[in-house]
Design a protein around this ligand. Structure first.
Ligand code: ADP
Ligand code: MG
Length: 369
């Protein structure tokens, strides 16, 4: 009997894969578990010959290629952005050529609507509306802080936050090229004009932006602080919280993303020092409830999934909010907070789940024949 064969779909530029460190560990882990694991990109698939040019780590560094048979299951780890170099991805993914461990997902704005329609989820979601001058004016009447974000952004790219200060406004933004900028504006009319221009300058193609109720995440002065929680399926196909960590954004930064200068600290300790032991425990429990409900609602709508990295905001009053659901999350937060066993588990779980799927499929086939 041949080994289970697991393909990892990822973006490749020449012979370079991004996140090489993670992929090396994933492949090594797969081998330890008795599976053959390889990386590939859409252009490596020969549908007629039912063969794939796959990549595994070379001995020292880099990747070596060879031909592989059709994989039993594919984990889609392709980080898609609406750029020219990724234009082959969506049509490829839509073909459903494989048994995928993770179904396709949608942009933030659509996902927000799906989640907001659920009564339980709704209380954890900041109010969100499509970007327009009128919606900004209306929401500023109700919230002293607003966030404006692209519907398919990532890594804290192109996020602007607007804060009411006396009669004026302060704008803090991360631009496309990741610089941080602060501006003071005195009239609402000027503000609306500026925001309109900013959105038009930031957007890729016909990308849309939305406005979100701003959360007070400055649990430390002049810092944006939020929590990254990793929830994954295990080898029995059940959802489990693998771990979490708190991200402390750079000084005066409007975002906490690690790529934008944030650093990571352990969640339990951080919340206990800010809110006391008992409330900290309650907050962490609520994060778990939120996470389980999120994946449940998402799966009802989008089909079976593999893992999510949730951006959770705990505001200055200790209230818990869901900011973003990332379907292809990094797991660096676990390593950066020194949780090495959980980090290892975070690499193992997707493979355990993939093997579970293969077993299930085999059983289903035996049942039919
Ligand atoms: N509504 C909000 N209120 C307060 N902070 C926010 C809000 N939305 C986003 N942020 C901050 O900006 C970061 C990036 O926003 P997010 O929606 O996760 O976009 P990205 O996909 O770029 O990570 C969040 O992790 C959080 O620190
Ligand atoms: Mg995020």
């Amino acid at each position: 009997m041949r080994k289970p064969l697991i393909g990892i779909l990822a973006y490749r530029e020449g012979a370079v894969f991004f996140e090489p460190d993670y992929f090396r560990r994933l492949i090594a882990q797969g081998r330890e578990m008795g599976a053959d694991v390889f990386l590939f990109s859409p252009q490596d698939v020969d549908t007629e010959a039912r063969q794939i040019k796959g990549y595994v780590p070379a001995v020292e560094k880099g990747w070596k290629e060879r031909l592989y048979a059709w994989p039993d299951v594919v984990i889609d780890q392709y980080r898609y952005y609406p750029l020219e170099k990724h234009k082959g991805y969506l049509p490829f993914r839509q073909q459903s050529l494989f048994l995928y461990a993770n179904s396709r997902f949608a942009n933030k704005w659509r996902v927000h609507h799906v989640l907001a329609a659920d009564e339980i989820m709704n209380r954890w979601l900041p109010e969100s509306r499509p970007f327009s001058k009128q919606n900004v004016a209306e929401m500023l009447g109700r919230y002293p802080l607003l966030y404006i974000k692209p519907t398919n952004g990532s890594g804290g790219r192109s996020i602007l936050c607007v804060e009411k200060r006396g009669k004026g406004y302060v704008l803090r933004g991360r631009t496309k090229i990741q610089g941080t900028k602060v501006q003071k504006i005195t009239s609402q009319q000027e503000l609306l004009q500026r925001l309109h221009q900013w959105v038009h300058r930031q957007k890729h193609g016909n990308e849309l932006f939305f406005i979100q109720q701003g959360l007070r995440l400055d649990l430390l002065p002049n810092r944006t602080i939020d929590t990254r929680l990793l929830i994954q399926k295990n080898g029995e196909g059940e959802w489990k919280v693998t771990g979490m960590g708190v991200r402390v954004g750079g000084i005066k930064s409007s975002t906490s993303n690690l790529h934008g200068g944030g650093r990571a600290v352990p969640a339990g300790r951080f919340f206990a020092s800010r809110f006391g032991q008992e409330k900290a425990r309650k907050i962490i429990r609520e994060c778990g409830e939120l996470a389980h409900r999120t994946v449940q609602v998402i799966e009802q709508h989008y089909g079976s999934m593999l893992e999510f990295g949730l951006d959770i905001g705990v505001d200055v009053t200790g209230r818990v909010w869901l900011i973003e659901t990332n379907p292809k999350p990094g797991r660096e937060i676990l390593r950066k907070t020194g949780q090495l066993e959980r980090y290892q588990l975070a690499i193992r779980r997707p493979l355990e789940y993939a093997l579970y799927l293969i077993k299930q499929q085999k059983r289903a086939k035996e049942h039919i024949s």
